[in-house]
Design a protein around this ligand. Structure first.
Ligand code: AGP
Length: 613
């Protein structure tokens, strides 16, 4: 969850690290810090709160040097105050360390250290690691050796980066388990380290991702990677295609706003090169799917969290309808502890923007251990989910920085539509004409998204009406039931309005008791196979005097007399409709949060990648 940046080379490390932290602030923003090697010793600046506090501190009290590490924190152990901010230093002041993860056995280790007379300067679990490193260094070994020994004491998943003023030519970085991705960037006589690509994209796209149980010694001229057991690792440097500009806000006020608008491009990229409009064939080479295996699949279990899980619910409808394969959607944190029934003819498919979500990775591991084939739909290139999968559909969304996921919701909807058609084709359950027709529906996707984004002012009017509400209900049904969940999640996470998504048909089984003039109800009622049912739900809502806002298809004459406000969308195929029904709801949540004066990109208590349980 925390963001890490490191630099070693001929340039001043301070601006490189601070700029990198700016690009990682979405990973955690309750405190931040930097340590730079200056005149043979480490200078450290740390402060609570958002990064601008640290930036002000560095401006008042500058620091400069050719080696440095920085951190932006999402607190797990210890309050989000300055003393708990990273980097941490040990007793000697020679070693600085930043950490992403949780030391699961920290209470025991801390007690042992306190008994040995070690004084702790923070309440964090991370400080333990720096003391362990120092204690091994005192035996005369090199930093990488001390790090390896220290890390062997830790339980849990970790990304760790450290440096010592006594060995000023290197930074040591390690990864243990699933959390704490560590990417090493290669420059010209300079090297970069980060928890995530956007931090270093402006400097290099030549990278190596550390695998679990690997430790790297990084000098300005390159890196040496070993396993934690000390075996040398041969590695090759990857070139990533992400464009540094796409990790910038550009003309937009917030990343979320930019990412909502980027959906035209993200959806275009999701389709292009993957379909043949003439033959209706689907091309997903990284899925490694053969006709033989497609015909063996008995069940697909999609594991995911949050927004990704709602995308999975749409996928269930699509895959079952088109490919006739049973699909279950499992919230990853539940799946892993439920003794699930999985066999070698089950596919466990993860959906994840970050590819780092601890619960999703653990669910994948659970599936693998029970013999399933692992697939994933993942955005972050080189992420753990991508690497452990037997087959991958890479999302084509580019960096998503806003904590509220938007373009990484709509892209996997299309990915799953493609997957469903491919499976149906390989299993012979779709005629050529049907396939060509379905594939050709995709032609209009970018244009429809563009039309909807052009209606921002219309949706903003609804935001003005709803900005002061304290509660809100979203109703959807069938393929748009997940749209109700996702619309409500967007609203609650960035505007702090209590919002619930509900299946339309369930309303009468309880939630209707809440309906009155103070409970706005947003009804998702495009012209899909569930439309008639939604109409009667609108009637029932109206009868309880709840303000009704309906998301409806252009030209629908039945809705306006029933609704207080209408959010119009163009006509679409019902199977693709969730791509378009959600965009107005993203825009609505965005404008409500802006009107309430909230920090859209960094909502309280949240982090972009949830790498802890
Ligand atoms: C989305 O707006 C949320 N911030 C959150 O629910 C997110 O989708 C979830 O944590 C899963 O993340 P992932 O896609 O990176 O696995």
């Amino acid at each position: 969850m925390c963001g890490i940046v490191g630099y070693i080379g001929p340039r001043d490390a301070t601006p490189i690290i601070l700029n990198g932290l700016k690009r990682l602030e979405y990973r955690g923003y309750d405190s931040a810090g930097i340590a730079v090697l200056q005149n043979g010793g480490f200078e450290v600046r740390r402060d609570a709160g958002k990064l601008h506090n640290l930036l002000n501190m560095v401006e008042d009290s500058p620091l400069s040097g050719k080696l440095g590490i920085g951190h932006t924190r999402w607190a797990t152990h210890g309050e989000p105050n300055a003393r708990n901010a990273h980097p941490h230093m040990g007793a000697t002041g020679d070693v600085v360390l930043v950490h992403n993860g949780i030391v699961e056995n920290y209470i025991k280790l801390r007690e042992e250290m306190i008994a040995e007379g070690i004084e702790f300067k923070s309440d964090t679990d991370s400080e333990i690691i720096v003391h362990l490193v120092e204690s091994y260094l005192s035996t005369g070994v090199k930093l990488e050796e001390a790090a390896r020994s220290a890390l062997s004491h830790l339980k849990g998943h970790h990304g760790v980066v450290m440096a010592s003023s006594k060995e000023p030519d290197k930074i040591v970085a390690a990864r243990i388990g699933n959390a704490g991705g560590v990417v090493i960037g290669f420059g010209e006589n300079e090297m970069f380290i980060a928890s995530d690509m956007p931090a270093i994209l402006e400097h290099t796209r030549e990278v190596v991702f550390l695998e679990s149980q690997q430790i790297a010694t990084i000098t300005k001229d390159g890196a040496e990677i070993n396993t934690l057991e000390g075996e040398k690792v041969e590695f090759s440097v990857d070139s990533v295609s992400w464009d540094p500009i796409s990790a910038e806000k550009g003309e937009y006020r917030h990343f979320m706003q930019k990412e909502i608008h980027e959906q035209i491009r993200s959806l275009t990229d999701t389709i292009s090169g993957r379909v043949d409009f003439e033959t209706g064939k689907i091309i997903l080479p990284q899925l490694n799917l053969t006709e033989e295996f497609a015909n063996k699949i008995e069940r697909i279990v999609i594991v995911a969290c949050g927004t990704a899980a709602y995308a999975a619910m749409v996928g269930k409808v699509l895959i079952e309808k088109i490919a006739r394969i049973p699909v279950e959607v499992d919230i990853a944190s539940e799946f892993r502890y439920r003794d699930p029934i999985i066999n070698e003819n089950t596919v466990v498919m993860a959906i994840s923007q970050s590819g780092e979500t601890a619960d999703t990775l653990a669910a994948m591991a659970e599936g693998k251990s029970r013999g399933a084939t692992l697939w994933s739909i993942v955005n972050v290139i080189g992420s753990q989910a991508m690497r452990i999968s037997d087959g991958v559909i890479p999302m084509q969304s580019g960096p998503e920085i806003g904590v509220a996921s938007t373009k990484a919701y709509t892209a996997p909807l299309i990915d799953q539509y493609l997957l469903a058609i491919l499976l149906a084709d390989l299993r012979g359950v779709l005629s050529e004409e049907e396939r060509i027709e379905m594939v050709n529906e995709l032609r209009s996707v970018p244009d429809l998204a563009d039309q909807i984004l052009g209606r921002e002012e219309q949706y903003k009017k609804v935001a003005l009406a709803l900005k002061d509400t304290e509660n809100c209900i979203y109703l959807g049904r069938g393929i748009n039931m997940p749209t109700a969940y996702e619309g409500a999640l967007k609203l609650k996470e960035i505007s702090y309005i209590h919002a619930e998504g509900y299946p339309g048909g369930e309303m009468k089984h309880g939630p209707i008791a809440l309906f009155d003039e103070d409970m706005p109800v947003i009804v998702i009622a495009p012209k899909d196979p569930w439309y008639e049912k939604m109409l009667s739900q609108i009637e029932q809502t109206k009868a309880r005097n709840a303000p009704v806002i309906v998301l409806a298809t252009d030209g629908d004459e039945q809705i306006p007399p029933l609704a207080n406000q209408v959010m119009w969308i163009p006509e679409t195929s019902w199977m693709l409709s969730p791509v378009f029904t959600v965009i107005p709801l993203q825009i609505l949540a965005y404008h409500i949060a802006v009107l309430r004066g909230l920090d859209v990109d960094q909502p309280r208590n949240l982090a972009k990648s949830v790498t802890v349980e």
